[in-house]
Design a protein around this ligand. Structure first.
Ligand code: FAD
Length: 479
């Protein structure tokens, strides 16, 4: 019996549910990955993520070769390529790990229909999460919409069901992999219509994930404290690996449990575990309420009258370009532009600034992040934006508005992060760098900063913007 394992956002060979099940039930297993034109269309030609994906796919192919198998890599519409490939290989079944995004669900349904019509089947498995959308429910049997009770129920279920972390072994069953034909070649970036980015993403593939995990292991115990300071290299940077599945989430949670049990995880380990649970919380929200892609989680907030028109467009452009005149916001937006990464604290600060200081619809910011973030992930990005805009589940209350200067003083106290991205402000002392427009003229002069020339004056006044936002929210009834 032949079967095909369709790799998507699970680019690894170890602890892989679909590969494990295929190897156990078939005699000849072939792997496949499709560079999906439906997804790649519209991306800039030097999109970093495509290069990361290609590097990770190459490593996946090399690992499968080492186990005695191989990977077929195609470029086209997955919904057509996969059924065609299954026919070519005479595969009885296609095995894949489940994806919870609405577009992926529609694609998988189309593939399943096409396979069925040809007498084949699509078999899907839980792999991306510890618990799926219908596995952690309230006593009444419905989905949670507040994080803390969800987290408590999630932890309880894991305590009851420790086998949820059992790895899906693949190596012991590798004898079922079909050997590679002689003429198998992988595409180059140019074959996909892309070019290399001048600042590519470091550490691709399974090897990259291992390296980051090993480094982070040393910082884990301090994560609870250090994670909020963008100038520190305190977080794991594993988000892109969780996005593309170059690392198994089961393995991360098992590692955390060990380090919590032996005490080496300190106060950091339970906090980091909470972050992994946030990831599943937002995936559950997306799977249960796919309307959140375009609508507020709380329908009342769809009545918020966000600003639009030429003035709002100009403010949006200033935000995208890191020219708002608020140094922490601008440094964060430049980090995003130059590296494709943005620290979590700064994602909250910039998202709050766009919606609450500039009065612009969260959906515009969400789309910008989607284009720019290396780790872009629909569920977490949408959840994070709706949290910041106060339109989401368990969101920041609408009347609580981040002050970008206070955030700057608290989380980048000596301006080290700001200086990294705004060297023109490097001469300003700790206090002045957070709000250069408030600095005395002689301080600016000494630092060689001319406001309006070297660095913008603020595009809005925070206090005035705050009042406007409170009025904007108060105008909606049924809050
Ligand atoms: P760590 O601090 O090491 O956290 C470990 C992992 O936990 C992360 O890799 C991630 O998988 C998960 N995680 C951490 N924080 C969150 C969170 N708040 N929500 C959900 N999962 C979390 N994360 C994405 O992966 N993709 C996105 O597109 C994304 N967009 C965001 C947009 C906004 C407006 C906000 C406020 C947050 C967003 N996040 C997103 C969540 C978070 O900022 C990133 O996961 C984190 O900064 C990635 O860095 P790290 O891997 O070093 O995280």
């Amino acid at each position: 019996r032949n079967s095909l394992v369709w790799f998507r956002r699970d680019l690894r060979v170890d602890d892989h549910a679909a590969l494990h099940h295929a190897l156990l039930s078939s005699r000849r297993v072939v792997g496949a990955f499709v560079f999906d034109t439906d997804i790649l269309a519209g991306l800039p030609s030097d999109d970093r993520r495509v290069q990361f994906l290609l590097d990770s796919v190459r490593e996946l192919d090399a690992r499968l070769h080492a186990m005695g198998g191989y990977l077929i890599v195609r470029h086209g519409r997955a919904a057509q390529v996969i059924p065609a490939l299954a026919a070519e290989l005479d595969a009885e079944s296609v095995f894949a790990n489940r994806d919870y995004e609405p577009q992926a669900i529609a694609r998988d349904r189309a593939v399943q229909d096409a396979l069925r019509a040809a007498g084949r089947s699509l078999q899907t498995f839980k792999d991306q999460v510890i618990f799926e959308q219908d596995e952690v429910l309230t006593l009444a049997g419905g989905p949670y919409s507040v994080f803390t009770p969800y987290k408590n129920a999630w932890l309880k279920r894991l305590a009851r069901e420790p086998e949820a972390l059992r790895p899906y072994e693949t190596a012991p069953h590798a004898g079922a992999l079909a050997p590679a034909p002689a003429d198998q070649a992988l595409p180059a970036l140019a074959d996909l219509g892309f070019v290399a980015n001048a600042a590519p993403i470091a550490h691709p593939g399974m090897t990259g994930a291992e390296a980051l995990l090993a480094q982070f292991g040393q910082r884990l115990a301090r994560y609870d404290h250090d994670r909020d300071f963008p100038a520190l290299d305190a977080t794991s940077r594993l988000s892109i690996h969780l996005r593309f599945g170059t690392l198994s989430v089961r393995r991360l949670v098992a590692m955390l449990q060990e380090r919590i049990a032996d005490g080496s995880g300190g106060a950091g380990a339970p906090v980091w575990l909470s972050e992994l649970i946030w990831r599943e919380f937002y995936m559950m929200i997306l799977a249960r309420h796919p309307r959140v892609v375009t609508q507020s989680f709380k329908p009342a907030f769809d009545a918020v009258a966000w600003d639009d028109g030429a003035e709002a467009d100009a403010l949006f452009d200033a935000w995208c370009a890191g020219r708002t005149g608020y140094p922490l916001v601008d440094a964060a937006m430049l980090q995003l532009e130059r590296t494709g990464f943005m620290h979590n604290r700064l994602r909250m600060v910039t998202a709050s600034f766009l919606t609450k200081d500039l009065g612009i619809d969260w959906r515009r910011g969400e789309r910008w992040f989607a284009l720019k973030l290396n780790d872009y992930e629909l569920a977490s990005n949408n959840g994070g934006w709706q949290w910041a805009a106060s339109t989401g589940c368990d969101a920041q209350p609408w009347f609580r508005i981040f002050n970008p200067v206070t955030q700057s003083k608290r989380f980048d106290p000596d301006g080290a992060f700001i200086r990294q991205y705004l060297p023109q402000l490097a001469g300003l002392s700790g206090a002045a760098i957070h709000a250069p427009w408030l600095a005395k003229p002689e301080v600016l002069q000494e630092a060689g900063v001319v406001l309006g020339k070297d660095y913008p004056v603020p595009v809005v006044d925070h206090e005035a913007a705050r009042e406007k936002t409170l009025a904007r929210f108060k105008a909606i009834r049924d809050l």
